[in-house]
Write a protein that binds this ligand. Structure first.
Ligand SMILES: [Zn+2]
Ligand SMILES: [Zn+2]
Length: 295
């Protein structure tokens, strides 16, 4: 089962304007139906539906709280009913990013910076931009108390993967940075992960984008297999609306801005610096649309 709606129409220059994404791709939609009235409350793009509705999900619409009672993937219909609950829900999901290059699909091993065997794609940065396939696997959902934000239950989920093609921009983190982290006793992989989210937080300073329109490649040490460490962001809209194209050339500036955000944060309530920025205000916190962290 694949949510892939072909027909890439990219507009690298303009992209989202006035905070409204230009929807260039006709995507299939899920209908969210109020069980009591039979009325369609909302239609959600297939690539985003499973963050909103699945059996057991608390679904919010215009200040009303609903509980999702069923989800029919075949007919793309979710049924919900008004509910009085004191918790919200967030999915536990894992996103795999596979870069697609030269028509062949493979896990990408970005070129090492340094040896000049390949010319950089953009002047002044080793950042690259390419088509990618996003695959999201949903394993469970959390129930989280509204008051405390504490997870009090985790329920397994059986949903098809969501897969679609879009555009990614990334930079490989040099080995020197890894060594520096190790020498200072810092967790390198966690740092790269936090830096990715901090960079997404910095994006609106440079581009007209909504943070929720941008996804992060989240490193998952649980998955074991070695991956070249990179800071990678992708356009959440299937086909892309030009975010990756515009982010890649300004990657160095984005990284510097992300670092400034983290440094400003050092003395505030977000103890833990970068990780605090990432998890506190990022688009991927539990309960918001997008990937939620299992930890
Ligand atoms: Zn993450
Ligand atoms: Zn802070």
């Amino acid at each position: 089962w694949l949510v892939w709606c072909g027909g890439l129409v990219s507009d690298g220059e303009r992209g989202p304007a006035n905070g409204v994404s230009i929807r260039t791709i006709e995507e299939e939609r899920y209908r969210i139906v109020d069980e009591a009235s039979g009325r369609v409350i909302e239609e959600v793009e297939a690539s985003k539906a499973f963050w909103e509705v699945y059996p057991g999900a608390v679904y919010l619409n215009q200040a009303r709280t609903y509980l999702c009672t069923s989800l029919d993937v075949e007919s793309r219909t979710a049924r919900v009913r008004l509910a009085d609950v004191k918790y919200f829900t967030g999915t536990v999901d894992a996103t795999t990013v596979t870069l697609v290059q030269h028509g062949a699909q493979r896990h990408a091993y970005p070129d090492r910076p340094g040896p000049a065997h390949r010319r950089p794609q953009f002047p002044g940065t080793t950042a690259q931009c390419a088509e990618c396939e996003i695959r999201v696997a949903f394993s469970a959902y959390h129930k989280i108390w509204q008051g405390t934000g504490r997870v009090f239950d985790t329920v397994s989920l059986n949903l098809p993967d969501v897969a679609y093609k879009t555009r990614a921009a990334w930079i490989r983190v040099p080995d020197a940075a890894r060594r520096e982290c190790e020498d200072s006793g810092l967790d390198f992989r966690a740092g790269v992960h936090a830096a990715t989210h901090a960079m997404i937080n910095a994006l609106p300073l440079f581009l007209m984008v909504n943070q929720s329109d941008v996804g992060a490649e989240c490193d998952d040490p649980q998955r074991g297999h070695y991956k070249p460490t990179r800071i990678l962001i992708f356009d959440r809209q299937p086909g892309g609306v030009g975010i990756a194209e515009r982010a890649a050339p300004v990657f160095p500036r984005l990284l510097r801005a992300a670092m400034e955000l983290i440094e400003e944060c050092r003395d505030c309530a977000h103890r833990g610096g970068g990780a605090g920025v990432a998890k506190g205000t990022g688009p991927e916190g539990v309960g918001s649309r997008g990937r939620s962290e299992a930890d």
